[in-house]
Design a protein around this ligand. Sequence first.
Ligand code: ADP
Ligand code: MG
Length: 459
Amino acid sequence: MKDYTLIIGLEIHVELATKTKMFCNSKNDSNEKRPNANICPVCMGYPGTLPVINKEAVQSVLRLGLAVGGEIADFTEFDRKNYFYPDIPKGYQISQYKHPLVRGGSLLGVALTRIHLEEDTAKSIHTESGDSLLDFNRAGVPLVELVTEPVIHDSETAGRFAREFQLLLNYLGIAEANMEKGEMRVEANVSVSRSDLKSLDSKDGPFGTKVEVKNLNSFKAVEKAIKYEFDRQVGLLESGGEVQQETRGWNEEKEETFSQRVKEGSHDYRYFPDPDLPKLFIKDILDFAPEVLRRTIPELPWQKRERYKKDFGLKDEDIEIYVREPGWGMLFEETAQLLNDTELSKLASNYIMSDLRKIISAERMAEVIRMIDEGKISSRGAKDILKIIQEEDADPRTIAEEKDLIQISDREILERIVKEVMEENKNAPIQFLVGQAMKKSNSRANPEVLKNIFEELLK
Ligand code: ADP
Ligand code: MG
């Protein structure tokens, strides 16, 4: 087998967490469950409406551009990208073509091509009965698109890049970029090159034909899909075949890519500047002045890593945890400040890492909260369980059963207790009676149910 080089370029879309949509005052709320709750004539594309640029969205992208060391445009404008699809109410998407807000810059050493701003589409929901429903809550939500140069050469780096981008957006406070919620969508362009193969679709390099993989909605999927594509493309070339330029999807279950559509020449979107929107001369607009925006940029992940390394000499893995979980980072930093001694600070970090952080895992915590929600344990019981977990790391449900902390909600059992208490304490106020009944149940009675029974029986 000959030597193959993997070439990857990423295109990442992220919904910005602005208060309102990109070109209107409709609420931008990714948690809204009711379909078509946050819509207005502008984001529904009604004739005669006029879009207005969301200042916060532009500022977010400019701050992002500054953070990655990109070149901020002097001049920028929005273009119409024309195509027809039911999820695109106007018949075009407002995007940026020739004049993106940001050019260049780099992240984790990966060169960036551009960062621009556009609007998201509506969400199509295909029902089992064969109907297609449209939810326009997402239509017009500000979407940032970042494009990298084809300079990534392994799937792990691609995954790491996507994670770092998400972290950066979180640090800047401009997006949650939750992949499961679809707030961040990654597309991987993948090709393989072989030294003896003539370049097929590029003038400037030994590039093979690229395939674009869409619908990657987890970091793991990004890595797996790229690995799969590399093997598939090498397999094709080895057996004398050719890679087709196409768009492929990712099948999560089968863990393989599949052909979605073959590119026949490049799509003609007939881009042209949107005549309804003003052109922006960035440096003449005070709200967009890079000097002003630069002051709003917090310490960035890579700066924090470097500082933790330099000031405290911590292990890389530990630093990474503090960078990703700033709450623990704060605890460590404040402790270190009080100790004011490098060796003692390291010792403190070891305890935070090996003891404090392991007091309770997210899984255990979630389990306890679920049990409260299910009415299985009381808030008292939850506190007891949390205390026990700190001492012996055990499953909350097992603890609840072993320590008799399962709440009693069974009416029959509680009614028996209530009747006994009423018999023993005639004419006592209800609060006292509830207290007595709680005692009789060893604090295991569900207080809600208990109170209801008393109220009924005392009537
Ligand atoms: P298109 O016009 O098909 O969208 P672009 O040239 O705009 O292609 O590039 C889109 C993405 O594809 C960029 O992230 C770029 O880095 C990546 N890319 C371009 N050529 C290749 C290649 N040969 N292999 C892998 N990725 C590539
Ligand atoms: Mg593209």
